[in-house]
Design a protein around this ligand. Structure first.
Ligand code: E4P
Length: 217
């Protein structure tokens, strides 16, 4: 499973990238707003730092303007994935930008039928939003599972990018179902390392070690 980091905070990406944990990055207009940075500048900085795809999202809503924005974003670096929303115009833009040789991430996906259309339009990535479905008492994981089944039924190559991951359980379940990629905030990726029994066990080992009076270094 590939790990993308869902943030536009360069320092946080750098910390995980140094650990070899980063296969790509996703940003969106809200994350750019939170970073307080210029989209072209910060996206370039991120794309230069990481080897994998860096998603940068268009903000136009009609296909022609999305295509124009997508072309501009794609020029930032070779590893840019243009992010377009899952609307009819977004699908048109996806098809054109894909045919021009760009990676395209179709975002804001909330149904399996939407994901089927994105695959038909040639999307590189489909981003089903798990957390936002859970927010309205629907089952985000069922959506990941349905898309996996449909893509496998027909051999679609579009990669399932589990997005809106809010908890370590979302990460675990996405991996179990077979999402190709998950994108999560750095905090969630770090929380995946934690276990109460690890903490307790380490505490006990260190207490016993103290009693030996020995030193390794
Ligand atoms: C994905 O590409 C989105 O940027 C992100 O996962 C949205 O997450 P949220 O629903 O927690 O805002």
């Amino acid at each position: 499973m590939k790990f993308f980091v869902d943030t536009a905070e360069v320092d946080e990406i750098a910390e995980l990238n140094d650990l070899g944990m980063v296969d790509g990055v996703t940003t969106n207009p809200s994350l750019i707003m939170k970073s307080g940075r210029d989209i072209l500048e910060v996206t370039k900085e991120i794309a230069d730092m990481v080897d994998g795809p860096v998603s940068a999202e268009v903000v136009a809503t009609d296909a022609d303007a999305m295509i124009a924005e997508g072309r501009k974003l794609a020029k930032i670096a070779d590893n840019i994935a243009v992010k377009v929303p899952l609307t009819w115009d977004g699908l048109k833009a996806c098809n054109v930008l894909t045919n021009e040789g760009n990676m395209v991430n179709v975002t804001l996906c909330f149904s399996a039928n939407q994901a089927l259309l994105a695959a038909k339009a040639g999307a590189t990535f489909i981003s089903p939003f798990i957390g936002r479905l859970d927010d309205i008492n629907l089952d985000g994981m069922e959506l990941i599972s349905d898309i996996r089944q449909i893509y496998d039924n027909y051999g679609f190559e579009t990669q399932i990018l589990a997005a809106s991951i809010r908890t370590v359980n979302h990460a675990f379940q996405s991996a179990m179902i077979g999402a190709d990629v998950m994108t999560a905030p750095p905090k969630v990726i770090k929380q995946m390392a934690s276990h109460v029994l690890t903490d307790k066990g380490l505490e006990a080992f260190l207490a016993d070690w103290e009693k030996t009076g020995q030193k390794i270094l």
